[in-house]
Design a binder for this molecule. Structure first.
Ligand SMILES: NC(=O)c1ccc[n+]([C@@H]2O[C@H](COP(=O)([O-])OP(=O)(O)OC[C@H]3O[C@@H](n4cnc5c(N)ncnc54)[C@H](OP(=O)(O)O)[C@@H]3O)[C@@H](O)[C@H]2O)c1
Length: 338
């Protein structure tokens, strides 16, 4: 098998030929058709993630065919096209993952490879209405957006939701889910073009967070019942300011760092609820797949690159020109320039 390995942080991933994988008793080997890149992979290459222990194959999202099954697995999965839930060991509490929760692609070797090992408990049949590349874009971002929007965010039809950084992988899913659920969605983004793309997806409109005076425009455009944010940073104050009375604010990241100040006066006077969220439980993952199938949601793929160009994909993350997901074609015979 071929794998792209992080040997040291702040260095490109290195292609390695490795012995073919062998499944443990409750594992399967998935021959990967496609993988997708998450910001987590980028953070890890930059050394900005806890628990980095090179050498490690990164990549949390993968779709492919089960080629081998462990002794305790039976033969149901053999030859099936599967999507892997990358959140391992959530535990029994639906409110929060267990202490030993881990994400495929650190510490377990991940999907920037031609093959990956996965516990059989993490497998799902891939949604039939999706191409394999679309299905590969779904797992980590799709479940994070689902839990943020519905489980933690409690979004109801007819409510207004504000999604920050609409071009992000998770954010585009949140936007698609919100529109499918009958909510009115507003966005922020770094470019007029991305706001236009968001409106094409069903957003009511958006505000460019790089424009002067964007904070005032945001406060004037909507009074959201729910805000879904992964940026944090200095712009967080504008989100609290724009929040409607009694709004919920769900945070799944802090791309722009922690907010330099949190206006608690605003939090208690407007009776806001700030809620954290991380990925999702096995039940959330299954519910996300059902929702995506029911509403025929198709993940937005910015581009598909051959696995050999995984370092280019990671570099793109530095500037975030993409709208939606960067997908890797992991097939051995993948065309080299697409
Ligand atoms: N807790 C979890 O389970 C979980 C899961 C997935 C991701 N995350 C975290 O969530 C964040 C997003 O992940 P992702 O994979 O969706 O990343 P991504 O696809 O790389 O998207 C990042 C987006 O963040 C937006 N952004 C950057 N700076 C911003 C700012 N100052 N204000 C508003 N938006 C800003 C940009 O949106 P525009 O392009 O529209 O400007 C950018 O496209 C990362 O921090 C990641 O680590 C957490």
């Amino acid at each position: 098998m071929k794998a792209f390995v992080l040997r040291e942080v702040k260095s490109p991933l290195v292609a390695e030929q490795r012995p073919d994988l062998r499944p443990g008793p409750q594992q399967v080997v998935v021959r990967l058709h496609a993988a997708a890149v998450n910001r987590r992979d980028y953070w890890i290459t930059q050394g900005l993630y806890p628990g980095i222990e090179p050498p490690i194959v990164l990549g949390s999202d993968g779709v492919g065919v089960v080629t081998q099954t462990g002794a305790g697995v039976g033969n149901y999965w053999t030859g099936r096209e599967v999507i892997i839930n990358p959140g391992f060991g959530w535990g029994d509490d639906p409110r929060c993952q267990a202490e030993n929760f881990r994400i495929l692609g650190l510490p377990d070797d991940g999907t920037f490879a031609t093959e990956v090992l996965a516990p059989v408990s993490q497998l799902h049949l891939r949604p039939e209405h999706l191409t394999l590349e679309e299905a590969a874009a779904l797992p980590l971002a799709g479940v994070t957006a689902f839990r943020a929007t519905f489980v933690q965010g409690g979004l109801q039809p007819g409510e207004t939701v504000l999604i920050s950084g609409a071009g992000g992988g998770v954010a585009t899913f949140a936007l698609q889910y919100a529109v499918a659920a009958g909510a009115t969605a507003w966005v922020t983004s770094s470019s007029a073009e991305k706001i236009r793309r968001a409106v094409e997806l069903g957003a009511a409109g958006g505000v460019n967070y790089r424009d002067d005076g964007w904070e005032q425009r945001l406060a004037a455009c909507c009074a959201p019942d729910l805000i879904i944010d992964s940026a944090g940073g200095p712009g967080y104050a504008a989100l609290l300011n724009a929040a409607g009375p009694g709004a919920r604010i769900v945070n799944y990241g802090a791309t722009a760092g922690p907010p330099p100040k949190l206006d608690l006066f605003k939090v208690f006077w407007k009776q806001l609820r700030i809620q954290g969220t991380t990925m999702g439980s096995p039940a959330d993952f299954a519910a996300m797949l059902r929702f995506v199938e029911q509403h025929r949601i198709r993940p937005l793929i910015d581009r598909v690159l051959p696995l050999e160009q995984v370092n280019d994909a990671l570099q793109l993350m530095e500037r975030s020109p993409q709208f939606g997901k960067l997908v890797l074609d992991c097939r051995d015979d993948a065309p080299v320039n697409r």
